[in-house]
Ligand binder design. Structure first.
Ligand SMILES: Cc1ncc(COP(=O)(O)O)c(C=O)c1O
Length: 394
C-alpha cells in the first residue's frame, strides 16, 4: 500500500470518528433471536429484522437440512447457465401467487434487486421520483441507471404532484419509487395516493416491501394488500431475509417486466443463483406466513403496545406506525452513548446515524419480533426510562 493511500485511509477514519459516524461491527455469539449474546453479554435483541422469529425456527432448519441433503450447498452457476433449479422456479411461482402478480423473479438480496431493477428499467433521459427517505439500495440503483433523480420530501404528495406537473412535458419514462414501510422511521408510504398520481401522470410505480413482506395485510402479502392495492402497483420488490427469516429477494410484476429483467438486469445475470437451502427456507417461511397469522398478529399487537408506552413515557418515536420504532435522539454522540448504556443494562438497540438518517436526527432503531416475551418488553421499558432520564432525553 502506498504511503499516500495509507494517509488517505487514516484521514477518512479520523473524519468519521470526529463526526461520531465511525461504524464498528458487534459480534453476536449465536443465532438471530429475541435474546442474544452480544460480545458475551445476554441482551434483549431489538436490532433484528427477523421479525417473525423464523430464522432460527425448527421448521425452517428442517426444511434447509432436507434441501441441503437433496440439492447440495450451492446452485453451482448463474440462473442463465446451469444454476436454474426447479426449486427456484417453484419459489418464483409461489411468490407470484403470494403477490398476486403474473410473474416473479428471484434476486440474491434486496440490495441487488433494487440495483438491478432500477438500473435495467431506466436510462439517462428517464426520470425517477424517489421518496427522500428511500433505502440506499434504491438510490444506488437510480445512480447506476443514470436517470434523473428527483427526490420528493418524505411522503409529501402535494410536492410530488408539483414535481410531476413540472416534468410533465418530458417524453421519457417516469417512475415513482418508494419503500412501503420506511426502514429507519417505521412509517408507511401513502401508496393509494402514489398509485393515483402515477395513473394521472402516466408513471410506473415501484414499491419496496422489504420490511412489510410476511407481516402486513390479511395474508401477510405486504402494504399493497393492507391498502387494498393488489394488482394496482406495477412492480413490487420484497426480501426473503427479513420477516421470512432466510436470505434473498424477489421482484413481482407483469411477465413482460420479468422477462425484460431476466435479459437486462445485471445483478440477476452475472451472479451465482441463490443456494438451494435459501430457496427451501423461503418456501417453508411462505408456508408458515400463510398458516400462522397469529405470528404477525402478536408482532403487531406487541409493537403497538410498546410504541404507545414509549410515547407515554415521553420518547419521540417520530411517525412510526409499524413494528419499527425509532427513538429520536438528535446528536450522533448522544445516540451512541444511549445505545451503549442500554447494552450495559441488557438491551441492544443500535444507534442509527447519518448518512443512514438525516443530519441531526440520530436515533435508536427498535425493531420488534413476534418472539419477544412480554416480561422482557416490560423490563426493556423500565431500563429505557431509567437511562433516558439519566441522559436527559426524557
Ligand atoms: C427498504 C429496504 N430495501 C432493501 C433492503 C436490502 O435488502 P437485503 O438485506 O435483502 O439486501 C433493505 C435492507 O435493509 C431495506 O431496508
Amino acid at each position: 500500500m502506498s504511503a499516500e493511500f495509507k494517509k488517505f485511509l487514516a484521514e477518512e477514519k479520523r473524519l468519521l470518528q470526529e463526526k461520531g459516524c465511525y461504524r464498528q461491527m458487534k459480534t453476536m455469539d449465536g443465532a438471530s433471536q429475541a435474546k442474544i449474546s452480544l460480545n458475551g453479554k445476554e441482551v434483549i435483541n431489538f436490532a433484528s429484522n427477523n421479525y417473525l422469529g423464523l430464522a432460527n425456527s425448527n421448521l425452517l432448519k428442517q426444511a434447509v437440512i432436507k434441501s441441503l441433503n437433496e440439492f447440495g450447498a450451492g446452485a453451482g452457476a448463474s440462473r442463465l447457465l446451469s444454476g436454474n433449479l426447479a426449486l427456484h422456479e417453484q419459489l418464483e411461482k409461489i411468490l407470484a401467487q403470494f403477490k398476486k402478480t403474473p410473474a416473479a423473479l428471484l434476486f440474491n438480496c434486496g440490495y441487488m434487486a433494487n440495483c438491478g431493477l432500477l438500473s435495467a428499467l431506466s436510462f439517462r433521459h428517464d426520470i425517477i421520483f424517489s421518496d427522500q427517505y428511500n433505502h440506499a439500495s434504491i438510490i444506488d440503483g437510480i445512480i447506476l441507471s443514470r436517470a434523473k433523480l428527483i427526490r420528493y420530501p418524505h411522503k409529501d404528495m402535494a410536492e410530488l404532484r408539483k414535481l410531476l406537473i413540472q416534468n410533465q412535458q418530458h417524453r421519457a419514462k417516469r417512475f415513482i419509487v418508494t419503500d412501503s414501510v420506511f426502514s429507519m422511521d417505521g412509517d408507511i408510504a401513502p401508496l393509494r395516493d402514489i398509485v393515483d398520481l402515477a395513473t394521472e401522470f402516466e408513471a410506473t410505480v415501484i414499491v419496496d416491501e422489504a420490511h412489510a413482506t410476511g407481516i402486513y395485510g390479511k395474508n401477510g402479502h405486504g402494504i399493497t394488500e393492507l391498502l387494498d392495492l393488489e394488482g394496482e402497483v406495477d412492480i413490487q420488490m420484497g426480501t426473503l431475509g427479513k420477516a421470512l427469516g432466510g436470505f434473498g429477494a424477489f421482484v413481482a410484476a407483469d411477465s413482460l417486466v420479468i422477462d425484460y429483467l431476466i435479459n437486462k438486469a445485471r445483478p440477476f445475470i452475472f451472479t451465482t443463483a441463490l443456494p438451494p437451502p435459501a430457496i427451501a427456507a423461503a418456501l417453508k417461511a411462505l408456508d408458515i406466513v400463510q398458516n400462522r397469522p397469529d405470528l404477525r398478529d402478536t408482532l403487531l399487537q406487541q409493537a403497538n403496545w410498546f410504541r404507545e408506552e414509549l410515547k407515554n413515557i415521553g420518547f419521540n418515536t417520530l411517525n412510526s406506525e409499524t413494528h419499527i420504532i425509532p427513538i429520536l435522539v438528535g446528536e450522533n454522540e448522544k445516540a451512541v452513548q444511549f445505545s451503549q448504556k442500554l447494552v450495559d443494562a441488557g438491551i441492544y438497540a443500535p444507534a442509527i446515524r447519518p448518512p443512514t438518517v438525516p443530519q441531526g436526527t440520530a436515533r435508536l432503531r427498535i425493531s420488534l419480533m413476534a418472539t419477544h416475551k412480554m416480561p422482557d418488553l416490560e423490563k426493556a421499558l423500565q431500563i429505557l426510562v431509567k437511562i433516558g432520564k439519566k441522559i436527559r432525553l426524557i
